[in-house]
Unconditional design. Structure first.
Length: 368
């Protein structure tokens, strides 16, 4: 696969300062608070897939930074999102990841809400002078569907999702024409004892693959290109046609391995027979990350071979990645370590870490 002149010029610019963020960016509580406010509160964040919200009353919950959010298809069929917080005392409203309801009822004092967010009932409120039910509806959050995926945004200034990632929709649909009709099949949820940015950085470089991922190493060839495209990064690799371990290219015809990273924390990956593997990387603090690994696939009931692909991704590749991210997190606290030196290759070969530098620049721009 040829490298474009634009990519090589971009790599040349990134090589002018080929370093990671300073170590305190991965350990400092104050910086984490800034990131929640300036990055996560201002960006479109993944909530789930439209397949989970087809019927009135269907809902999903998610975290948007450190704010809980609920997304629901209301009784009239309108897609809505709200802070998942009761307006009475601030109790979390819906605890389950997904479900179907006729309305929301707080488990603390049983305040009830219609799925359009309006307050339906507050016990004994008729005996409270001056109580105005219309002033205590759920607080709305922006919500959009983009390529079958549901995104929420706490801020008011971010443009629509498609405008944030120009060119991405064409790439995703070229790979998976049925992207709007995939099925939510499986989720694995894990806690990673590492800063969220270390998880993103690990995802956006292939330098570690021959060392950390022995099975995946045999699937991918050295014909691997990582291309920063502003607010997203695309990965493309040719697959070894004789690979049989992990993703079986010989029986499935899996010719290209495609990955995308979307600012600030979403990873989309191809999988044999179509659909997406989706990593959502959400910080819980400077040294802890909550990661959901979802599988949105063209089929709702995987066969034995398809389950093999799913479990290889979860139980082999992702477990290997978690181990190195947690080890790097421990190293950030050492007085001996200030920041890393990224291995940027001006020819853009498969081992180049230029995309990590690109991500660093996005973080610093957001925090400036």
């Amino acid at each position: 696969m040829p490298h474009t002149p634009e990519l090589l010029e971009s790599i040349s610019r990134l090589d002018r300062d080929p370093h990671s963020l300073s170590a305190n960016h991965y350990t400092d509580d104050g910086i984490m608070k800034q990131e929640w406010e300036r990055i996560f509160a201002q960006s479109w964040l993944f909530a789930g897939y439209s397949d989970q919200l087809r019927q009135p009353g269907d809902y999903i919950t998610c975290m948007a930074g450190n704010d809980p959010v609920v997304v629901v298809r209301d009784e009239s069929g309108v897609l809505r999102a709200f802070y998942n917080i009761c307006r009475h005392r601030g109790h979390i409203l819906m605890k389950e990841a997904a479900g179907n309801v006729r309305g929301f009822v707080c488990p603390y004092h049983a305040w009830g809400y219609v799925t359009d967010g309006s307050l339906r009932s507050a016990r004994h409120s008729g005996d409270v002078a001056g109580f105005e039910p219309g002033a205590f509806g759920l607080v709305a959050v922006r919500v959009e569907i983009f390529c079958g995926m549901v995104f929420v945004c706490l801020g008011s200034e971010s443009p629509p999702v498609a405008a944030c990632y120009p060119g991405l929709e064409e790439e995703l649909r070229a790979y998976e024409p049925g992207i709007d009709d995939l099925h939510f099949v499986f989720r694995r949820e894990v806690t990673i004892e590492a800063n969220w940015k270390l998880v993103v950085e690990n995802y956006n470089e292939n330098y570690h693959t021959p060392v950390v991922h022995p099975a995946l190493r045999n699937v991918l060839t050295s014909d691997y290109i990582v291309t920063p495209r502003g607010s997203y990064i695309s990965h493309e690799a040719r697959v070894n046609p004789e690979a049989t371990e992990g993703f079986d290219a010989t029986t499935i015809g899996y010719e290209r391995h495609l990955n995308w990273w979307l600012w600030p924390n979403l990873c989309l990956m191809s999988i044999p027979q179509g659909g997406f593997r989706v990593l959502n990387i959400m910080p819980e603090g400077p040294g802890r990350t909550r990661e959901t690994y979802d599988f949105y696939l063209p089929y709702s009931e995987p066969n034995a071979q398809q389950w093999q692909q799913i479990l290889f991704a979860c139980d082999t590749v992702n477990v290997e990645d978690i181990g190195v991210c947690e080890a790097v997190q421990r190293g950030q606290a050492s007085r001996s370590f200030d920041r890393g030196r990224m291995m940027v290759d001006l020819k853009g070969r498969d081992w180049s870490e230029h995309a990590v530098v690109h991500f660093r620049n996005l973080v610093l721009d957001a925090l400036a």
